[in-house]
Design a protein around this ligand. Structure first.
Ligand code: COA
Length: 387
């Protein structure tokens, strides 16, 4: 039975920072950011957004009455969760109007957890083909002002409905995965910003991709020529190129040119949003599905990486009509509608986040957006609303 991704929705907050402006403010060459790292714009997070609001807003885009009736599990993957005990999934269940008779859970392993959630969803639906699972993967990548990681910040969430006979892509049963304790990126529980050794992270990412690619080939017999494109985890878009370059010599010149074009197509959205940790690889997938040259029945590779470190490589098969199934959301228009902020405004917004739960306080949530918002703290509890 075919089980896979039936729907794919994306949401990112409404403010954006031009990275050429950030480069100038930080005394860096703009080309370092836009070419060397491969990021042009990053989403800026107002203090009325968090992983719950972004995940709910992403899911609201795609859920129908039939989905609400059949979803039996909500898996929320995030490494920037809003509570050390209560899962973001419970908040999202209520806000989305899902049945109380479902399982809800939050998962964490850096940027990898969304893929674990997707695989859990696949296994559950394989056993229960009349049910669906909602997987949300969303994060705020927050490194800190004037840090080397600042240029790779970003935010957003992906929501995926996993079902039998999916409308977008079947998840093939060909995963290879690995885990190893590495100190390349982490965030202590008392810290609101991540700690990162970016160059070590790049090395481990590349090494894990190469190791898993060799293992994948041994276990499946597939070659590079069998793939119509790859969606890579993209903490910054250059990372996908660094990984793919390692195996490009396995393709002829024509295939190499094609795979490079497909890689560029997969990077369009991430280049304008920045890192959304757990959601990044699935934003790259959405970008490839909407901007790439693809046809029914083709095989796509997905490489998921989470620092710390864990990685998984698997493939998807595009089902007939996938292009119509992903055409509903105009992501380029959504990105273009964001309001540009100056570096000074971004810095003020960065410092305006409501991390202190000990006092009652309200966020700057505007009225009339129709979106889910974090309203503020009341008696130590987070409050949400649809404005
Ligand atoms: N024009 C074009 N390219 C330029 C340039 C210029 N003027 N100046 C520098 N570059 C290139 C460098 O050659 C380098 O390219 P390469 O990686 O292909 O060699 C790239 O820009 C970055 O330069 P570098 O000196 O390595 O930058 P950095 O020390 O500031 O680190 C990151 C960059 C991405 C490692 C850093 O921003 C970071 O750690 N980000 C977080 C990464 C992350 O999230 N990791 C964990 C999740 S997987």
């Amino acid at each position: 039975m075919a089980v896979g991704i039936d729907k794919l929705g994306f949401y990112t907050p409404s403010l954006a920072l031009d990275l050429v402006e950030l480069a100038k403010a930080r005394g860096d060459e703009p080309d370092k950011y836009t070419i060397g790292i491969g990021q042009s714009v990053q989403t800026v997070v107002p203090n009325y957004e968090d992983v719950v609001t972004m995940g709910v807003n992403a899911a609201k885009e795609i859920l129908t009455e039939d989905d609400l009736a059949k979803i039996e599990m909500l898996i929320f993957a995030t490494e920037s969760g809003i509570d050390n005990s209560k899962s973001a999934a419970v908040f999202a269940q209520e806000l989305l109007g899902l049945s109380p008779f479902i399982r809800t859970i939050e998962m964490k392993q850096a940027c990898y957890a969304g893929t674990y959630g997707l695989m859990q969803a696949k296994d559950f639906v394989t056993l229960h083909p009349d049910k669906k699972v909602l997987v949300i993967a969303g994060d705020i990548a927050r490194y800190g002002l004037k840090t080397p990681g600042e240029v790779t910040q970003g935010a957003g969430a992906i929501a995926m409905v996993v079902s039998a006979d999916p409308a977008i892509a079947t998840i093939n049963d060909d995963s290879v995965y690995m885990s190893r304790d590495v100190a390349d990126f982490w965030r202590p529980v008392d810290s609101t910003t991540a700690l990162v050794d970016g160059h070590l992270s790049t090395d481990v990412y590349k090494e894990m991709f190469l190791t898993l690619w060799q293992r994948y080939q041994e276990q499946t017999g597939h070659e590079l020529a069998d793939f119509a494109g790859f969606a890579f985890h993209l903490p910054y878009t250059k990372m996908g190129k660094k990984a793919l370059d390692q195996i490009m010599d396995q393709a002829d010149n024509q295939q190499q040119a094609f795979l490079r074009e497909q890689l560029t197509a997969s990077q369009v959205y991430n280049r304008q949003v920045g890192n959304l940790y757990t959601g990044s690889v699935y934003l790259a997938l959405l970008s490839l599905l909407q901007q790439g040259q693809l046809t029914d029945g083709q095989r796509l590779g997905v490489f998921s990486y989470g620092s710390g470190a864990e990685a998984e490589l698997f493939s998807l098969e595009l089902v007939p009509g996938f292009d119509k199934a992903v055409a509903g959301q105009d992501v380029l228009a959504q990105l273009a509608q964001r309001q540009n902020v100056s570096v000074a405004e971004y810095e003020a917004i960065f410092q305006s986040q409501l991390f202190d739960s000990s006092k009652n306080q309200e966020s700057d949530a505007p009225d009339g957006t129709g979106l889910c918002q974090f309203v503020g703290w009341q008696d130590g509890q987070r409050r949400y609303r649809f404005s």
